[in-house]
Design a protein around this ligand. Structure first.
Ligand SMILES: Cc1ncc(COP(=O)(O)O)c(C=O)c1O
Length: 380
């Protein structure tokens, strides 16, 4: 039996420095956010109010596709995408074992089987040399994740998919705003999916998500599934769900969107600065050629991860572990038939990664304090 390294018990530490400073962001944009929210309170169209269509048009243009369909969460958006592609029992969908549970959970929810493919160690995204070998006659889609905020090589992924007649769904929950060779995340595959969870690069004040596509017929299906299987009231041609995005949350994003480019730029600069200062003491995230990275998480790797996290906590610096276990280790996916050792790169990453405080407003002084403490802690 292989020895499975222990799973950390330090998932998330809470300290006086914030891991992500959402209050600072609110204070900066308060007048705009409050005004947009009050507009909704005044018109009273809380479900599918005019802010939804306004936001969808802006987001579609931002991503560079014909359609944006906002939804209730980034989990719902992935599930709606799979349902729209008629993926169900007996089907397989390829995804990563090192990601948030949603990426594989939704595959199970539609009755299909998640098929995991190991990641590569520099970007934590799918190892594209291994994808083709995992495709079987039952494979119905590829669903790669753009983990931590940078995209894998979707030109190559789309090429593999085209050779096998498969659709590609980008799980861009963490990468909204990132680019690869100038193309924006969520706009480079048949369907792109993102999340507006508060901690995400474009976060609202609750749950939310969106789907993106340039396929008109598919967009109609996505919209219908989001709204109980039909867009006309009391007419339900499809099996759908209540997956609508909240109008108040759309109002929050309408206020935040004009600031998003500046935030993405700041994220890139803060991430690059962390990497420059930490490269000599630990493994830092590598930005692949042609990519911009939005650092939804700024994640380093250290063999003595729990000790480093504990030292940072002692100095009131919060950290988080994304993700302490791979998905094939989760009991819910036991039926996928995988075992420890099947995905060695992902498994090693899960025992070594540590995410540091990161948001567009992190001050240089706070960042310096984080860096100095990491340097000290890594030495042990
Ligand atoms: C990679 C990934 N996929 C999907 C999701 C699901 O998004 P949500 O939390 O909005 O349902 C998340 C959220 O953390 C995520 O990180």
């Amino acid at each position: 039996m292989p020895t499975i390294p222990p799973v950390t018990n330090i998932y998330f530490t809470v300290c006086s420095m914030q891991f992500i400073n959402l209050q600072k962001q609110y204070r900066l944009y308060q007048s705009e956010i409050d005004a947009h929210i009050h507009k909704v309170l005044a018109h009273g169209q809380f479900v599918m109010g005019p802010e939804i269509a306004e936001l969808e048009a802006l987001l579609a243009r931002y991503v560079g596709v014909r359609h944006c369909v906002t939804v209730a969460s980034g989990t719902d958006s992935l599930e709606i995408a799979l349902r729209a592609l008629k993926i169900g029992p007996g089907d397989e969908v390829i995804t990563a074992p090192f990601t948030w549970i949603s990426s594989a959970e939704v595959i199970g929810l539609v009755g299909a089987k998640p098929v995991f493919v190991d990641i590569e160690p520099r970007s934590y995204n799918l190892d594209l040399d291994k994808v083709e070998a995992a495709i079987t006659p039952r494979t119905k889609a590829l669903m790669p994740v753009s983990l931590f905020g940078q995209m894998p090589d979707y030109a190559r992924i789309n090429g593999i998919a085209a050779r096998h007649g498969l659709p590609v769904i980008e799980d861009g929950a963490q990468s909204f705003g990132a680019t690869r060779n100038g193309a924006r995340s969520c706009g480079v595959t048949l369907i792109g999916s993102t999340s507006f969870f508060p901690a995400k690069p474009l976060g609202c004040y609750g749950d939310g998500g969106a789907l993106f596509t340039s396929d008109d017929a598919l967009a109609d299906t996505l919209r219908a599934i989001r709204t109980h299987g039909g867009v006309k009231r009391h007419h339900h041609p499809l099996l759908g769900m209540n997956g609508r995005f909240d109008t108040l949350q759309a109002a929050v994003l309408l206020a935040k969107l004009p600031h998003f480019d500046a935030e993405v730029k700041a994220r890139g600069e803060i991430g690059a600065r962390y990497s420059e200062l930490l490269r000599s003491v630990c493994v830092v995230p590598e930005v692949e050629r042609g990519n911009t990275h939005v650092y939804a998480q700024y994640t380093i790797r250290v063999p003595n991860r729990d000790a480093v996290a504990a030292k940072l906590k002692e100095r009131a610096i919060p950290t988080a572990v994304y993700y302490p276990k791979c998905l094939h280790e989760q009991p819910v996916f036991a039926s996928a038939g995988c075992k420890w050792g099947d995905f060695p790169v992902a498994e090693k990453a899960s025992r070594e990664v540590l995410s540091l405080p990161m948001d567009p407003f992190l001050t240089e002084a706070d960042q310096q304090q984080v860096v100095e403490t990491v340097k000290e802690a890594v030495k042990g």
